[in-house]
Design a protein around this ligand. Structure first.
Ligand SMILES: Cc1cc2nc3c(=O)[nH]c(=O)nc-3n(C[C@H](O)[C@H](O)[C@H](O)COP(=O)(O)OP(=O)(O)OC[C@H]3O[C@@H](n4cnc5c(N)ncnc54)[C@H](O)[C@@H]3O)c2cc1C
Length: 312
C-alpha cells in the first residue's frame, strides 16, 4: 500500500511524513531552508520499508545538524530524522557498548564514564550524534571514532542491512569512504577499564579546554575547514605543522564578516551566525576565506562543514 505526499507516492510507513518542514533553523547555525519532505521512521523496519520502495527519490539524513549548512533554497527529496528508538545505549561485556545512531556523543561519553569504560571521553567534546560522528570520523584531542569503533550496522540506500568495520569503511581524518546514501543505525565501541571518577574528571577537563578556546555558545558548526596535510603544506614551502586556523589568521580571516556571518574572533576556523546570517552569507564567507588562502599560500582548503540543498 502507498500514500501520496506532494504528488509523490510513498510506501505505507508508520512514521510521520510532513511536507515543507523547517530544517536549517533546527541546526546549530539556526538558518537555512526547509526540507521538501521530512520522514521520521518509528523503527528500523519502518525505515527499511521506506528505503526499499522509495524509487528514485533523493534521500538525506541528519543527526544534530552540528556540522551542516542547509542552503536557503531548501533540500529537495525526503529528509530522514531518526526517532527515539535509535538513541539507545546498551552496555556489553569486555568494556564494549552498542549505541544507536541518534544517541548524542556527550551522552555516550557520560554513560561510558559511569560504567567505568575509559577511552571515549573525547566524544564529550563533540556536540553531534553517533551517526554524524561515524560519517565524519569525528574526533578531538588525539582520538577519533576509528580508534574506538569495532563495527557499525548500516542500511544500504535500498534498505539492506550490512555490518562494517572501520577498516572496511577506510576511516581517515574527517573522512569515511562509505558512499552517501548509506544510513548508520548503530555502532559498537570498545574502551578500556577505568575508574568512573577519573574518566569524569577527564570529561570536565575537556569541557574547560573547549570553553576557553572555542565559541561553543554561538550559532556555529565547529571547524569550518579541515587541516591541510603536512605533505600539502610542505609542497608549497609551508611549515608542515601549521594548522588551518593559522592560515586563516594570516589572510585576515579572524573576525571577517559577510552579511550576518563572521569568522569567530575566539577561534578563527569557527564560523558563526551573529544573528541575521543566511546560509548563503555563511557559504560566501567560507568561499572568501578559501579564495584568500589559495591566493596567498596556494593551498586549496577542504570544507569540513557539509553544505546541502539549493542556493536561493
Ligand atoms: C561547537 C562545535 C564543536 C565541534 N567540535 C568538533 C570536534 O572537536 N571534532 C569533530 O570531529 N567535530 C566537531 N564538531 C562538528 C560536529 O559536531 C561533528 O562533525 C559531528 O560528528 C556531527 O554530528 P551531527 O549529528 O551533528 O551530524 P549532522 O551535521 O547532522 O550531519 C553531518 C553528516 O553526517 C551525516 N549523518 C548524520 N547522521 C547520519 C546517519 N545516521 N547515517 C548516515 N549519515 C549520517 C549527514 O548526512 C551529514 O553528511 C563541532 C561542532 C560544533 C558546533
Amino acid at each position: 500500500m502507498t500514500s501520496i505526499c506532494n504528488n509523490i507516492l510513498l510506501p505505507d510507513v508508520r512514521g510521520s511524513v510532513r511536507e515543507n518542514q523547517p530544517l536549517g533553523a533546527q541546526g546549530w547555525f539556526k538558518c537555512g531552508g526547509a526540507a521538501e519532505k521530512l520522514f521520521k521512521p518509528v523503527d528500523v523496519e519502518d525505515l527499511q520499508l521506506f528505503l526499499s520502495s522509495k524509487g528514485d527519490e533523493d534521500i538525506h539524513i541528519f543527526g544534530a545538524l552540528s556540522n551542516t549548512i542547509i542552503r536557503d533554497g531548501g533540500l529537495p527529496g525526503t529528509t530522514i530524522r531518526l526517532g527515539r528508538d535509535f538513541a539507545q545505549i546498551e552496555m556489553l561485556e569486555d568494556y564494549r557498548m552498542k549505541v544507536g545512531a541518534l544517541a548524542l556523543d556527550g551522552n555516550v561519553a557520560r554513560a561510558a564514564a559511569e560504567a567505568g569504560i575509559a577511552g571515549l571521553e573525547f566524544l564529550s567534546g563533540i556536540p553531534g550524534t553517533i551517526g554524524g560522528a561515524l560519517r565524519m570520523n569525528a574526533g578531538c584531542y588525539g582520538t577519533e571514532i576509528k580508534d574506538v569503533l569495532l563495527e557499525c550496522e548500516c542500511l544500504s540506500p535500498d534498505g539492506e542491512l550490512k555490518v562494517f568495520t572501520p577498516a572496511e569503511m577506510h576511516l581517515s581524518y574527517r573522512h569515511n569512504d562509505l558512499p552517501e546514501g548509506w544510513i548508520f543505525l548503530n555502532a559498537t565501541f570498545r574502551g578500556i577499564a577505568g575508574k568512573p571518577e577519573d574518566i569524569l574528571a577527564q570529561i570536565n577537563h575537556i569541557k574547560m579546554r573547549r570553553e576557553e578556546s572555542q565559541p561553543i555558545r554561538e550559532k556555529t558548526g565547529g571547524s569550518t575547514f579541515a587541516n591541510p596535510s603536512g605533505e600539502e603544506l610542505e609542497k608549497v614551502g609551508i611549515d608542515p605543522s601549521m594548522k588551518v586556523w593559522q592560515l586563516i589568521d594570516q589572510v585576515g580571516g579572524r573576525g571577517l564578516r559577510v552579511g550576518g556571518a563572521q569568522m569567530s574572533e575566539k577561534h578563527c576556523n569557527f564560523m558563526i551566525n551573529t544573528g541575521t546570517a543566511t546560509a548563503s552569507d555563511l557559504e560566501d564567507l567560507g568561499e572568501e576565506i578559501r579564495r584568500r588562502v589559495k591566493e596567498t599560500f596556494d593551498i586549496g582548503l577542504r570544507w569540513e562543514i557539509r553544505r546541502m540543498g539549493i542556493q536561493k
